[in-house]
Structures are given as C-alpha cells and as structure tokens.
Write a protein of this length. Structure first.
Length: 127
C-alpha cells in the first residue's frame, strides 16, 4: 500500500469545518506545499492545532481559519506572527492558548486515544 500522495490529493480529503494538525515548529519544517494547496482550495472554517509560524498566519490572512489551538505562533525573529496577531486582535478567530507542555501532552493523549494525561504542568500558574 503506497501512502505517498500529492498535496492536491491530501487537500482533497480536508473538508470545511475540520480540525487539522500542522507539523513543524514555529517557522521550521512546515508542510508549505500543503499550506499553499489549502490556500488555493475552497476549504474554510478550519480549526488548526499547531506550534505555529507563517503557515498559521497565511491561513488566517486568507480567511480559512475559525479557531487556532496553539502554544505559540512565531517567526522566531518576529515574536508574534503578524497576520495571526491581526486576526486575533480583530476577533476574526477563536483561540485556545496553551503552555508548550500542555500542548505536547494534549497531542500525546490524542495519539494514545486518552481523554487526558495527568500532569502537574500548569499548576500554580495562570494557564
């Protein structure tokens, strides 16, 4: 069974309103061919789960995003991705901001099909 597919084939399986995870870390190792194909598509109202960078900003700028679940959305040298920041300040998107540890454990719990992973991360903080 061949699991390799084109960006067009991958995006054809994504429907409006879906929740998708985008790999990479900030501006590094992002599937930008997939992001460009999403930008060309009719898909919208996405919930993104990401340690975000330009990918999240581009999708926000194009009006493709309803909600972002994130630990950060940064370009490293620019601490807050500008298009994400604008969408957030204008109230165009919903956000769920998590600490990096909580984000990691949430993704791990989902991968293991668990409702949660007990942790002390975040206790005693405002997160």
């Amino acid at each position: 069974m061949n699991k390799v597919q084109s960006a067009q084939e991958a995006v054809s399986q994504i429907k409006s309103g879906m929740t998708i995870g985008i790999g990479g870390w900030g501006p590094r190792r992002k599937p930008m061919a997939l992001i460009r194909e999403l930008l060309r598509s009719d898909v919208q109202d996405l919930t993104l789960v990401s340690y975000g960078g330009a990918d999240v900003g581009m999708l926000c700028a194009a009006g493709k995003v309803r909600k972002v679940v994130y630990a950060f959305v940064s370009l490293d040298f620019i601490p807050l991705e500008p298009y994400f920041r604008l969408a957030r300040q204008q109230g165009d998107i919903e956000v769920m901001e998590l600490d990096e540890g909580l984000m990691l454990l949430g993704l791990r719990a989902a991968a293991w099909r668990l409702p949660y992973i007990p942790t002390a991360i975040g206790l005693g903080t405002d997160v």
